[in-house]
Design a protein around this ligand. Structure first.
Ligand SMILES: [Zn+2]
Length: 79
């Protein structure tokens, strides 16, 4: 994959092997992959790795949120 994410404790740096001038910084995994997917769409027509990774990161975030919401409901639900 040409686009790489470098996770630090506070932010994520997005760099692209093929585009030395491209560099972006985001806070959080999902916004970082969104920026990577945007760059992929704009500069690397036909490539899908960052777009797929963005979809997976987004799905994982939604699953985590769903689990948190379900945990809040658990006192009210008898199984
Ligand atoms: Zn690039």
């Amino acid at each position: 994959m040409a686009i790489k994410l470098d996770f630090t404790s506070e932010s994520v740096v997005i760099v692209c092997d093929k585009c030395p001038s491209y560099r972006a910084v985001r806070v959080g995994r999902v916004p970082a992959w969104a920026a990577a997917a945007d760059h992929e769409r704009a500069a690397h027509d036909g490539e899908k790795q960052a777009t797929l990774a963005y979809g997976m990161a987004r799905m994982r975030e939604l699953q985590d949120n769903l689990k948190k919401e379900a945990a809040k409901l658990s006192p009210y639900v008898s199984t």
